[in-house]
Design a protein around this ligand. Structure first.
Ligand code: CA
Length: 229
């Protein structure tokens, strides 16, 4: 669930934004002033901050600038007062992703929120792409493999081979195709090299490496990663 922080000192406005965002399925936290907002942003992992410009203790502009100075890249939507053209320019200069001029319609507000979130895929969504192959839980983006929560050492080549087999699961992958994809044309390993890597992968993936059920040999042709369901 995407998590949004609303920093707004007007109670009615704060509650209205919170209710409507929650109705759209977001998790919403609120802060009444800039300092409180900053403390929450530093502490928690938000997908978006909706920030009123006129705030007690620390203005929305100041807060926005501080967020960027700290190197935080979370998206910010500024709520500016009516027709303050100069504020819009300043807001964008300070690193806001979008601004909305009060008064605004809820429909417009929710559309802007959606658009900003679409442009900024969540951190958790990016890193939690775990693929389970046999005994291993694998994050191919980060070259990490785990067995029962403990990290398993694997070389880049092993990851690449496993990923290629996974992308072509339940299909025959010939040794030559693997050589071409993983080693390229500038290296000249023998097909025996491929077989050696498969042996290593089976030791990590299979329950019984001597009787492989996941990375199977297609005799005289190559290999196939079998994944049922
Ligand atoms: Ca205000």
């Amino acid at each position: 669930m995407r998590k949004i922080l609303v920093v707004e000192d007007e109670p009615g406005m704060q509650m209205g934004l919170k209710d409507n965002l929650e109705f759209e399925g977001y998790q919403v936290h609120t802060a009444d002033n800039g300092e409180e907002g900053l403390a929450m942003i530093v502490e928690q992992n938000y997908d978006l901050v909706v920030l009123d410009v006129m705030l007690p203790k620390m203005s929305g502009f100041e807060l926005c600038r501080t967020i960027r100075k700290k190197g935080l890249e979370l998206p910010v939507i500024l709520l500016t007062a009516k027709n303050e053209e100069i504020d819009k320019v300043r807001g964008l200069e300070l690193g806001a992703d979008d601004y909305i001029t009060k008064p605004f319609s809820l429909r417009e507000f929710l559309a802007r929120v959606k658009a900003v979130l679409r442009r900024n895929p969540s951190n958790t969504e990016q890193t939690q792409q775990i693929t389970t192959i046999g005994k291993l839980d694998i994050n191919f983006q980060q070259y990490q493999a785990f067995y029962k929560g403990l990290q398993v050492k694997m070389s880049h080549k092993e990851f690449s081979i496993l990923e290629f087999l996974w992308e072509n699961k339940n299909d025959l992958v010939t040794r030559n195709k693997l050589l071409e994809k993983i080693w390229g044309y500038h290296e000249f390993p023998s097909t025996r090299t491929v077989d050696n890597f498969i042996v290593k992968l089976r030791q990590k993936v299979e329950n019984n490496p001597n009787n492989p059920k996941i990375i199977i040999t297609v005799h005289g042709a190559g290999y196939m990663l079998v994944q049922l369901s």
